[in-house]
Design a protein around this ligand. Sequence first.
Ligand SMILES: CC(=O)SCCNC(=O)CCNC(=O)[C@H](O)C(C)(C)COP(=O)(O)OP(=O)(O)OC[C@H]1O[C@@H](n2cnc3c(N)ncnc32)[C@H](O)[C@@H]1OP(=O)(O)O
Length: 294
Amino acid sequence: MVDFRFDIRPLFPQPIIKVTSNLLPHTFRGDRRQCLDATSKMTEIIDRLGQLSATSQGLSKPVTTGQRLRMSENQTVYLLADSEAGHNGSVVGLLKVGTKDLYLFDETGQTRKVQQAPSILDFYVHESRQRHGLGKRLFQTMLIEEQWTPVKCSVDRPSDKLLAFLGKHYGLTRSIPQANNFVLFEGFFDDAPSANGHGNAQSPQHTRNGMHITNSPNTQLFGATYLGEDNRRRGSQQQLQAGPNLLQQVTQISPQGRYGARRPTCSMAEIIHAGSSKGGNGGGGNSAESNRIK
Ligand SMILES: CC(=O)SCCNC(=O)CCNC(=O)[C@H](O)C(C)(C)COP(=O)(O)OP(=O)(O)OC[C@H]1O[C@@H](n2cnc3c(N)ncnc32)[C@H](O)[C@@H]1OP(=O)(O)O
């Protein structure tokens, strides 16, 4: 559990709070001085949990920090506390979600441009409390608050533990191979327009989750894709499920180190992926969240 030098309980009138770019708990009410104090404490909490999450995943730097959240337009951090624990209460889990504009492959290997795709960006439950249902509790609260369904979530480079979690609790096991770092599961495109010419491919379709999905004319947009160690941790599963045609579209390059081979620059993808956060680190396979340099 994660303890702090201050009493966390006033920040957690309920076990799970959500925090957006103002760095205040969504339940918080106070004057200017109280807001400044709460913001500074919340930044410390998010930084600590973000760092622990990074360490637990073997990442060289955190995906989640107070500063990053402050700069974001469309990200939310959910925090789970145990107010009974320790002297001042403890924070035991963090889940960061947001929406991303992504180019994604559908089940048939067609590229789709997906705007505002629900995305799971960072998820952590303290080691001492894992496998006790707290992750499920946090995730369920997020689904209700965001009005998302699990199958419509893209997941930014999930760990083995998260893949196991999604399989166990939500039956998400059959992923759709992607050329970027996001993992999607079969069913993601189910209410999208078909990619084979039915429907109007040029006009965005608004799906139940608020996503806009359009058919992209160019399935070769990403060019060759490096499937490195990290992709391989989930890639073996994906490759088993992928049809041969789909696999031919995803060319493997031999790695030189973990991310030795860079993908060819794709200006179109960069334009799309650059614009979804104030800090310029939104978007696609190379989002800030995806820059998990191991
Ligand atoms: C996009 C991203 O954030 S990727 C990074 C995801 N985060 C991490 O890998 C950090 C380390 N792991 C964790 O923090 C947690 O294990 C989480 C957040 C993934 C899940 O939280 P938990 O509280 O453990 O989940 P919860 O108790 O609700 O569900 C348990 C299930 O999660 C999966 N799981 C949790 N821990 C493990 C583990 N060590 N090994 C394998 N599967 C695990 C299993 O399916 C498990 O069910 P089981 O115990 O019957 O096998």
